[in-house]
Design a binder for this molecule. Structure first.
Ligand code: 5HM
Length: 326
């Protein structure tokens, strides 16, 4: 059990790096592995580790969570934030296994609800339910042995206990350096959104993985992270809590995300302040505007936008794009 994800992340990397149990070569990729790794977070809202050597992409983290919440599977949206995902798409248009959105948040039956809607409704009527589980990987994903993109997540489960919404993610495999950070970020955002919808506190987050591994290609970067935390503890920043967010408010955030991505639209701090969403989501739109400037101009991000970021977001942006954040 750890307080924050930053603590768990470093502990998992250290365990796999220092005491690997297997060397594997699944699909031709060398990795060191520890099977059946679990951890629990008591404060899943503090979901970003502040590690210079990790160079985490806080813009991608939010984009991926929103991409899931949108219920979409288009490469165009998520590929703008992470071009590496292009190679996972068989047709260059859609992602299959990696796109958890359609499985969790798209209406998938004649009842007009998504898996997420159903578990929320279930917990409203039967708060002690043991059934609030959403399945992600599907049996048909193993039919084609060359499928480049099989979902790594098996299921997400909510337990409403003691007035708090606990969440558990079960994964068949997880890349402890890259995927673990992104997956925990998105899953704890989903947990927080669900807790707010149910008007309960955020509980603990438990992450369980069948094959937790570090790809051999990333070992040097992992060693840099471990050396960084050996030198000094990572900094800490205050974290904002997500307010209750309606589907309409999420649509507004997604509309602005798309407008910034597709070009033509730019945002100033004053313009963001006029968008009818909460301060929490305005901060996310500021991150998208900062990223638009990084992608579409060669200049540093404008001082006003940088100054309007929270201290934690500014730190993460500067660690990722040191020459673009003043
Ligand atoms: O051979 P396999 O299908 O497991 O390769 C996919 C790998 O991508 C996983 O083992 C894991 O290392 C990584 N991954 C992850 O960590 C992939 C996804 C996409 O579902 C994810 N987290 N969300």
């Amino acid at each position: 059990t750890f307080d924050t994800f930053g603590d768990a992340y470093v502990a998992v990397l250290r365990r796999i790096h220092d005491q690997p149990e297997y060397d594997t070569r699944g699909r031709g990729k060398g990795a060191v592995e520890v099977p059946n790794v679990s951890f629990r977070l008591t404060d899943p809202v503090r979901r970003s580790p502040y590690l210079v050597a990790r160079r985490a992409n806080i813009v991608f983290n939010h984009a991926e969570a929103l991409w899931y919440l949108s219920g979409c599977d288009d490469l165009a949206m998520i590929g703008y934030y992470a071009p590496r995902l292009e190679k996972l798409s068989a047709d260059g248009i859609r992602l299959t296994g990696t796109a958890y959105g359609p499985r969790l948040f798209a209406v998938d039956d004649s009842d007009g609800r998504s898996q997420f809607d159903r578990v929320i409704d279930l917990l409203r009527h039967d708060p002690d339910s043991k059934r609030a589980a959403m399945l992600v990987m599907r049996p048909d994903e193993l039919i084609d042995p060359d499928n480049p993109d099989v979902a790594c997540t098996l299921a997400l489960q909510f337990l409403l206990r003691g007035g708090r919404l606990h969440a558990t993610a079960s994964m068949r495999g997880n890349d402890a350096f890259i995927g673990l950070l992104c997956d925990t970020f998105s899953f704890t955002m989903i947990q927080e959104l669900a807790a707010r919808r149910l008007s309960v506190e955020v509980g603990t987050y438990t992450h369980h993985v069948g094959s937790m591994h570090i790809n051999v290609l990333d070992v040097a970067k992992v060693e840099a992270i471990l050396a960084e935390t050996d030198r000094a503890p990572a900094p800490m920043f205050p974290c904002s809590e997500m307010p209750d967010t309606s589907p309409e408010e999420l649509d507004t955030v997604l509309w602005w995300e798309q407008a910034l991505r597709l070009g033509g639209t730019t945002l100033t701090v004053d313009a963001v302040a006029r968008i009818p969403v909460s301060g929490y989501w305005r901060q996310v739109l500021l991150l998208f505007e900062a990223y638009r400037q990084i992608r579409q101009t060669g200049d540093p991000v404008t001082v006003n936008i940088t100054a309007a970021l929270t201290a934690g977001n500014r730190w993460l942006m500067a660690a990722r794009w040191p020459d673009r954040i003043g």
